[in-house]
Ligand binder design. Structure first.
Ligand SMILES: [Zn+2]
Length: 169
């Protein structure tokens, strides 16, 4: 796994001046550090993690989003979901894996997976701002691990978009 901190610092848990400065400035958060170290500790068991670029985490209530490099999402979702399950157990949160540098549609698909998106459109409000309306295909059965409020917060913090979520009949 690669990220903005030295791998030596990440492994040892003792940060050099440069890494410490990133933590102090908020460029890297305590949660980022914790999740990055967790991912690093899983590399031996799940070797695909070695090639993952870790950008950051977004901690939104019961949901924790992890933003990784382009093409890295399958590397974390593989192994029958074991990596995500481990992360969820260790952090006590629902985990979303998002990809850096993708378009809005791909971002939203990852955010709402495994639900499928029927329509995405932009709504112009009278004050000149916009909302992005996402219509999801209704899925029967429990939706317990799905916290729309957290997902809206993540969309706002990662992409600066205001979401309106609806379900198709
Ligand atoms: Zn360092």
């Amino acid at each position: 796994m690669k990220m903005g901190l030295c791998s030596f610092c990440l492994k040892s848990g003792i940060l050099c001046q440069k890494c410490l400065a990133k933590l102090k400035s908020g460029e890297v958060t305590e949660t980022d550090l914790r999740v990055a170290r967790l991912l690093m500790s899983l590399e031996e068991k799940f070797p695909s993690l070695q090639n993952v670029y870790f950008h950051k985490t977004i901690d939104a209530d019961r949901t924790l989003a992890i933003v990784v490099g382009p093409g890295d999402v399958p590397r974390l979702l593989g192994y029958g979901g074991k990596i995500v399950r481990t992360l969820s157990e260790e952090t006590g949160k629902n985990i979303r894996i998002l990809e850096n540098g993708v378009d809005d549609r791909k971002f939203l698909e990852d955010l709402f997976a495994p639900l499928s998106i029927m329509t995405i459109n932009t709504i112009w409000l009278p004050d000149g701002t916009t909302e992005t309306r996402v219509i999801l295909r209704k899925r029967h059965g429990p939706r317990s691990s799905f916290d729309v409020k957290s997902l809206k917060e993540i969309a706002s913090r990662v992409r600066n978009i205001t979401l309106r979520v609806e379900y198709a009949d």
